[in-house]
Design a protein around this ligand. Structure first.
Ligand code: HEC
Length: 105
């Protein structure tokens, strides 16, 4: 009985290790979509802004990342984006940039 438990534990560990690696890419996409959801209140679903907020859909990746870094550092003047940019890491800016750049204008 003890043997079986140990084997099952070993198998469970192996699966636990293998799954995150296999789905790392899919997870990154999901994470980006979750992050982007918190921008939707102002920038619209998937960056399709309505009203006066700048459109994020189809925004060039380089422009996006530099805008976010400048908001975070305060180098670029903003009303609300300083606050939003502060909550994200550079890696998350990259993920968000990929996500929005992939959306059709
Ligand atoms: C409360 C409303 C609001 C939310 C939420 C918000 N933004 Fe903004 N965003 C703005 C406004 C307003 C501007 C124009 C600059 C300013 O006044 O801050 C802007 C500007 C930008 C710009 C510059 C666009 C350009 O073409 O110059 C980027 C990039 C951006 N936002 C990304 C994001 C991302 C990414 C999120 C989510 C993490 C987000 N915003 C969440 C309101 C918002």
């Amino acid at each position: 009985m003890k043997m079986i438990k140990q084997q099952m534990f070993a198998i469970a560990c192996a699966i636990g290790l293998a799954l995150p690696m296999a789905s790392a890419h899919a997870e990154a996409g999901k994470h980006a979509r979750n992050l982007a959801a918190s921008c939707a209140a102002c920038h619209g679903t998937n960056g399709h802004s309505v009203g006066g907020t700048p459109l994020l859909a189809g925004l060039d990746k380089g422009l996006f990342v530099s805008a976010m870094k400048d908001f975070k550092s305060g180098a670029r003047p903003a009303t609300v984006m300083h606050q939003h940019a502060k909550g994200y890491t550079d890696q998350e800016f990259e993920m968000l940039a990929d996500f929005f750049a992939a959306q059709k204008r």
